[in-house]
Design a protein around this ligand. Structure first.
Ligand SMILES: [Zn+2]
Ligand SMILES: [Zn+2]
Length: 228
Protein backbone atom coordinates (compact mmCIF):
# COMPACT_ATOMS: atom_id res chain seq x y z
CA UNK A 1 0.00 0.00 0.00
CA UNK A 2 1.43 3.37 -0.96
CA UNK A 3 1.29 6.52 1.12
CA UNK A 4 -1.30 7.92 -1.25
CA UNK A 5 -3.64 5.00 -0.54
CA UNK A 6 -3.17 5.37 3.19
CA UNK A 7 -4.30 8.97 3.17
CA UNK A 8 -7.67 7.89 1.86
CA UNK A 9 -8.44 5.85 4.97
CA UNK A 10 -10.77 7.77 7.26
CA UNK A 11 -10.51 7.31 11.04
CA UNK A 12 -13.73 5.25 10.88
CA UNK A 13 -12.25 2.93 8.26
CA UNK A 14 -9.14 2.51 10.37
CA UNK A 15 -11.29 1.56 13.35
CA UNK A 16 -12.95 -1.20 11.30
CA UNK A 17 -9.64 -2.59 10.06
CA UNK A 18 -8.25 -2.47 13.60
CA UNK A 19 -11.20 -4.41 15.05
CA UNK A 20 -11.16 -7.10 12.36
CA UNK A 21 -7.40 -7.47 12.75
CA UNK A 22 -7.70 -7.84 16.51
CA UNK A 23 -10.17 -10.69 16.17
CA UNK A 24 -8.23 -12.38 13.38
CA UNK A 25 -4.94 -12.35 15.29
CA UNK A 26 -6.66 -14.28 18.09
CA UNK A 27 -7.74 -16.95 15.64
CA UNK A 28 -11.41 -15.93 15.74
CA UNK A 29 -13.87 -16.15 12.83
CA UNK A 30 -15.10 -12.59 12.41
CA UNK A 31 -18.76 -11.78 11.81
CA UNK A 32 -20.47 -8.47 11.14
CA UNK A 33 -22.28 -8.72 14.47
CA UNK A 34 -18.96 -9.02 16.31
CA UNK A 35 -17.84 -5.84 14.60
CA UNK A 36 -21.06 -3.97 15.32
CA UNK A 37 -20.90 -4.98 18.99
CA UNK A 38 -17.25 -4.09 19.29
CA UNK A 39 -17.57 -0.67 17.66
CA UNK A 40 -21.03 0.07 19.06
CA UNK A 41 -22.53 0.76 15.63
CA UNK A 42 -25.69 -0.54 13.94
CA UNK A 43 -25.38 -3.78 11.88
CA UNK A 44 -26.62 -1.88 8.79
CA UNK A 45 -23.73 0.57 9.09
CA UNK A 46 -21.28 -2.33 9.32
CA UNK A 47 -22.67 -3.90 6.15
CA UNK A 48 -22.40 -0.58 4.35
CA UNK A 49 -18.82 -0.04 5.48
CA UNK A 50 -17.89 -3.62 4.53
CA UNK A 51 -19.02 -2.95 0.97
CA UNK A 52 -16.99 0.22 0.88
CA UNK A 53 -13.87 -1.48 2.25
CA UNK A 54 -14.37 -4.41 -0.10
CA UNK A 55 -14.47 -2.01 -3.07
CA UNK A 56 -11.10 -0.67 -1.87
CA UNK A 57 -9.73 -4.22 -1.71
CA UNK A 58 -9.23 -4.04 2.06
CA UNK A 59 -11.74 -6.64 3.25
CA UNK A 60 -13.49 -9.68 1.88
CA UNK A 61 -17.07 -10.11 2.93
CA UNK A 62 -19.17 -13.09 2.06
CA UNK A 63 -22.76 -12.71 3.25
CA UNK A 64 -23.62 -15.28 5.97
CA UNK A 65 -20.02 -16.46 6.12
CA UNK A 66 -17.81 -13.87 7.65
CA UNK A 67 -15.42 -11.04 7.18
CA UNK A 68 -11.70 -11.14 6.57
CA UNK A 69 -8.93 -8.76 5.71
CA UNK A 70 -7.39 -8.95 2.25
CA UNK A 71 -3.59 -8.87 1.93
CA UNK A 72 -3.84 -5.07 1.52
CA UNK A 73 -6.15 -4.69 4.50
CA UNK A 74 -3.93 -6.84 6.65
CA UNK A 75 -0.88 -4.84 5.70
CA UNK A 76 -2.55 -1.54 6.61
CA UNK A 77 -3.89 -2.92 9.91
CA UNK A 78 -0.58 -4.54 10.88
CA UNK A 79 1.21 -1.26 10.21
CA UNK A 80 -1.20 0.60 12.51
CA UNK A 81 -0.85 -2.08 15.18
CA UNK A 82 2.94 -1.98 14.94
CA UNK A 83 3.04 1.79 15.45
CA UNK A 84 0.53 1.71 18.28
CA UNK A 85 2.09 -1.16 20.17
CA UNK A 86 5.68 0.04 19.80
CA UNK A 87 4.69 3.43 21.19
CA UNK A 88 2.86 1.80 24.10
CA UNK A 89 5.92 -0.26 24.96
CA UNK A 90 8.23 2.72 24.63
CA UNK A 91 6.00 4.75 26.96
CA UNK A 92 5.94 2.06 29.67
CA UNK A 93 9.56 0.91 29.37
CA UNK A 94 11.37 4.17 28.71
CA UNK A 95 9.08 7.00 29.78
CA UNK A 96 7.57 5.24 32.81
CA UNK A 97 3.91 5.74 31.89
CA UNK A 98 1.66 3.22 33.71
CA UNK A 99 0.10 0.50 31.53
CA UNK A 100 -3.45 1.82 32.01
CA UNK A 101 -2.54 5.19 30.45
CA UNK A 102 -0.44 4.26 27.43
CA UNK A 103 -3.27 3.28 25.09
CA UNK A 104 -4.80 6.76 24.85
CA UNK A 105 -1.38 8.36 24.46
CA UNK A 106 -0.39 5.87 21.74
CA UNK A 107 -3.69 6.42 19.95
CA UNK A 108 -2.83 10.12 19.68
CA UNK A 109 0.78 9.58 18.62
CA UNK A 110 0.53 6.61 16.25
CA UNK A 111 -0.32 8.66 13.15
CA UNK A 112 2.53 11.05 13.73
CA UNK A 113 5.14 8.29 13.82
CA UNK A 114 7.38 8.26 10.73
CA UNK A 115 8.90 5.06 9.38
CA UNK A 116 12.27 6.35 10.54
CA UNK A 117 11.11 6.86 14.12
CA UNK A 118 9.34 3.49 14.04
CA UNK A 119 12.67 1.80 13.28
CA UNK A 120 14.43 3.79 16.01
CA UNK A 121 11.85 2.78 18.62
CA UNK A 122 12.13 -0.87 17.59
CA UNK A 123 15.93 -0.64 17.87
CA UNK A 124 15.91 0.96 21.31
CA UNK A 125 13.42 -1.62 22.57
CA UNK A 126 15.41 -4.53 21.13
CA UNK A 127 12.98 -5.47 18.36
CA UNK A 128 10.22 -6.43 20.81
CA UNK A 129 7.49 -8.98 20.08
CA UNK A 130 4.87 -8.07 22.71
CA UNK A 131 3.36 -4.84 24.01
CA UNK A 132 2.53 -4.06 27.68
CA UNK A 133 -0.92 -5.66 27.36
CA UNK A 134 0.36 -8.87 25.80
CA UNK A 135 -0.63 -7.90 22.26
CA UNK A 136 1.78 -9.12 19.60
CA UNK A 137 3.78 -6.45 17.78
CA UNK A 138 3.71 -7.23 14.05
CA UNK A 139 7.08 -7.29 12.33
CA UNK A 140 7.83 -4.63 9.73
CA UNK A 141 6.67 -6.89 6.89
CA UNK A 142 3.24 -7.43 8.43
CA UNK A 143 1.46 -9.75 10.75
CA UNK A 144 3.11 -12.17 13.14
CA UNK A 145 1.78 -15.66 13.80
CA UNK A 146 -1.90 -15.98 14.65
CA UNK A 147 -2.49 -17.32 18.14
CA UNK A 148 -5.46 -19.34 19.16
CA UNK A 149 -6.83 -17.52 22.22
CA UNK A 150 -10.00 -17.96 24.19
CA UNK A 151 -11.87 -15.48 26.34
CA UNK A 152 -11.48 -16.17 30.04
CA UNK A 153 -15.26 -15.96 30.26
CA UNK A 154 -15.70 -18.89 27.85
CA UNK A 155 -13.45 -21.35 29.69
CA UNK A 156 -14.82 -24.43 31.44
CA UNK A 157 -14.04 -25.21 35.07
CA UNK A 158 -10.65 -26.88 35.42
CA UNK A 159 -9.16 -25.28 32.30
CA UNK A 160 -5.51 -24.30 32.68
CA UNK A 161 -3.69 -21.70 30.67
CA UNK A 162 -1.66 -18.52 30.56
CA UNK A 163 -2.97 -14.96 30.41
CA UNK A 164 -2.06 -13.89 26.88
CA UNK A 165 -3.66 -10.54 26.29
CA UNK A 166 -5.81 -7.87 27.94
CA UNK A 167 -7.99 -5.46 25.94
CA UNK A 168 -6.16 -2.19 26.31
CA UNK A 169 -8.62 0.65 25.74
CA UNK A 170 -10.25 0.78 29.20
CA UNK A 171 -7.95 2.11 31.95
CA UNK A 172 -10.37 0.95 34.70
CA UNK A 173 -10.24 -2.62 33.36
CA UNK A 174 -6.44 -2.56 33.33
CA UNK A 175 -6.35 -1.40 36.95
CA UNK A 176 -8.87 -4.14 37.85
CA UNK A 177 -6.63 -6.72 36.18
CA UNK A 178 -3.51 -5.33 37.90
CA UNK A 179 -5.19 -5.53 41.34
CA UNK A 180 -5.68 -9.24 40.69
CA UNK A 181 -2.16 -9.66 39.27
CA UNK A 182 -3.58 -11.18 36.07
CA UNK A 183 -0.72 -9.82 33.99
CA UNK A 184 0.21 -11.35 30.62
CA UNK A 185 2.30 -14.47 31.19
CA UNK A 186 0.53 -15.41 34.46
CA UNK A 187 -0.46 -19.08 34.77
CA UNK A 188 -4.07 -19.56 35.78
CA UNK A 189 -6.65 -22.27 36.32
CA UNK A 190 -10.43 -21.81 36.23
CA UNK A 191 -11.29 -22.97 39.75
CA UNK A 192 -15.02 -22.35 39.74
CA UNK A 193 -17.79 -21.09 37.52
CA UNK A 194 -20.74 -19.37 39.08
CA UNK A 195 -23.66 -21.30 37.54
CA UNK A 196 -25.76 -18.12 37.48
CA UNK A 197 -23.24 -16.02 35.62
CA UNK A 198 -21.75 -13.05 37.43
CA UNK A 199 -18.14 -14.07 37.81
CA UNK A 200 -15.51 -16.72 37.31
CA UNK A 201 -13.16 -17.77 40.12
CA UNK A 202 -9.58 -17.97 38.95
CA UNK A 203 -6.74 -19.71 40.80
CA UNK A 204 -3.24 -18.24 40.50
CA UNK A 205 -1.10 -20.72 42.38
CA UNK A 206 -2.47 -20.79 45.93
CA UNK A 207 -4.35 -17.50 45.48
CA UNK A 208 -7.89 -17.20 44.20
CA UNK A 209 -9.75 -14.23 42.83
CA UNK A 210 -13.15 -13.51 41.34
CA UNK A 211 -13.28 -11.91 37.90
CA UNK A 212 -16.54 -10.28 36.85
CA UNK A 213 -18.11 -11.12 33.50
CA UNK A 214 -17.35 -7.80 31.79
CA UNK A 215 -13.68 -8.15 32.66
CA UNK A 216 -13.52 -11.87 31.89
CA UNK A 217 -14.74 -11.11 28.35
CA UNK A 218 -11.75 -8.84 27.79
CA UNK A 219 -9.02 -11.13 29.10
CA UNK A 220 -7.66 -13.63 26.55
CA UNK A 221 -6.10 -16.91 27.57
CA UNK A 222 -3.82 -19.28 25.72
CA UNK A 223 -5.11 -22.56 27.10
CA UNK A 224 -3.07 -25.74 27.34
CA UNK A 225 -5.20 -27.40 24.66
CA UNK A 226 -4.91 -24.49 22.20
CA UNK A 227 -1.19 -23.84 22.80
CA UNK A 228 0.76 -25.26 19.89
ZN1 LIG B 1 -3.50 0.24 22.79
ZN1 LIG C 1 -1.64 -2.62 23.94
Amino acid sequence: MTNEDKKELSPAMEDYLRVIYKFEEKGAMVTTSMISESLGVAPASVTKMMKRLASMDLVEHEPYRGVGLTANGEKAAAEMARHHRLIELFLTEVVGVPWDRVHDEAHRLEHALSEYLEDRLADILGDPKVDPHGQLIPCKEGRVAVRSLRMLWDLEQGTRGVVAEIEDHDPALLRYVAERALFPGTKICVAERDPYGGSVIVALGAERCAVGQDAARQIWIETNETAA
